[in-house]
Design a protein. Structure first.
Length: 378
């Protein structure tokens, strides 16, 4: 048996365990504790402002209190916390690291021979914990809660769902292209419908119809009315007309009636499957879904970059003290969030690939982190 002579939070550790020491656990505890405290403080303020803004709408739509609390705010809090996680990381790191510097605790660490690189170890462990938790919540847990939250907003605050769509064109099967000029959700009916079938890049069948209606009692079943089918076989052509025909088409209204922020309601596997399916069908309006997919990964990785910036910035004792560090940290964190929003806009409205647009802020701030790391006290 190895002799155990100290314990942290009830867990005994062996003397020769060199990877994490008592000081490391002290920093990790401070980091994560301050992070949770910052979330609790800012989220409380955000909830008050949000309720004050939306209270009139809630009351005018007679939203029940249990729905406001459990359907909306119980899902709003984790969504908001995860969305602004980089801000909370920055605040947490700068707040307690500045306090360590003001109390000369960092000087004491360096006087024992500890390097700045070694001091970063517990910070990076904490950042890894935050990154894993935020990625898991943002990719699997929060999207499920967002379904309830957004449905509540549609009913009691502001409707987001699109009721109509125009000029819909997508591939419903290999070599089969469907086109709908106008689709109305309330009747599940599309007008001026056409269906083209290609074989070896040659058009072999062309169907046109006055309307097509989705059968909600079945899966992928569509009722085609007042149709005409032209069948081409070389130089021969045959025409068939009819009043109604039932057909199975691998499409449904959800494929082209995209709800605002619909991507927030999908888990990562659902997003990946949706993007792949829509890309195969030739559906163009998927950039917001691609941005959401890559942003969840990029924002989790940002915890390491922003932690390094925060430690490098606040580990030196300055005349401005904690206030100066907090001011610079808040400016940097808000600029990161702003820059991420601008980069996402370039991807949606421009020709920037979503994966590049989402990672541009991380790349830029990685250079800032490296510069501050070089300037940090060694």
């Amino acid at each position: 048996m190895k002799k155990l002579n100290w314990k942290i939070k009830g867990i005994k550790l062996p003397d020769n365990w060199k990877w994490l020491k008592r000081l490391d656990f002290y920093i990790i505890k401070k980091f994560l504790g301050t992070y949770v405290f910052a979330i609790a403080l800012i989220i409380s303020i955000a909830v008050v402002f949000d309720f004050n803004e939306k209270m009139d709408r809630f009351m005018s739509h007679e939203a029940p209190w249990n729905a406001i609390v459990f359907d909306y705010y119980l899902n709003f809090i984790p969504y908001f916390a995860n969305l602004f996680s980089p801000l909370f990381v920055f605040i947490a790191v700068i707040f307690f690291t500045s306090k360590l510097a003001e109390n000369s605790e960092i000087i004491a660490m360096f006087s024992t021979g500890m390097s700045f690189k070694r001091m970063l170890r517990p910070y990076m462990v904490s950042a890894a914990i935050i990154a894993v938790v935020t990625f898991f919540l943002g990719s699997y847990v929060i999207p499920q809660g967002s379904v309830t939250r957004i449905n509540f907003e549609d009913k009691y605050y502001k409707q987001r769902k699109n009721n109509t769509a125009r000029n819909i064109q997508l591939e419903v099967d290999s070599g089969v292209i469907a086109y709908i000029e106008r689709f109305e959700d309330y009747s599940k009916t599309g007008y001026r419908f056409s269906l083209d079938k290609f074989k070896d890049k040659q058009l072999v069948s062309h169907l046109t119809a006055r309307s097509v209606t989705y059968d909600t009692a079945s899966v992928h079943k569509w009722i085609i009315k007042d149709y005409m089918i032209r069948e081409m076989d070389g130089m021969k052509e045959s025409i068939t007309r009819g009043d109604r025909i039932d057909s199975t088409l691998f499409m449904e209204p959800a494929d082209f009636l995209i709800t605002k922020n619909q991507q927030e309601m999908m888990t990562n596997p659902q997003l990946s499957e949706y993007i792949t399916r829509q890309r195969q069908r030739g559906f163009a309006n998927i950039k917001e879904f691609e941005i959401e997919y890559h942003k969840r990964i990029a924002m989790s990785f940002a915890s390491f970059i922003l932690t390094l910036i925060g430690v490098s910035l606040s580990s030196k004792k300055t005349k401005g003290g904690m206030g100066l560090h907090l001011g610079i940290g808040l400016a940097l964190s808000f600029s990161y969030i702003l820059f991420q929003t601008i980069a996402s806009t370039f991807a949606v409205n421009g020709n920037v690939p979503p994966v590049i647009a989402v990672w541009i802020p991380n790349i830029l701030y990685a250079f800032i982190a490296f510069y501050l790391y070089q300037k940090a006290p060694k």
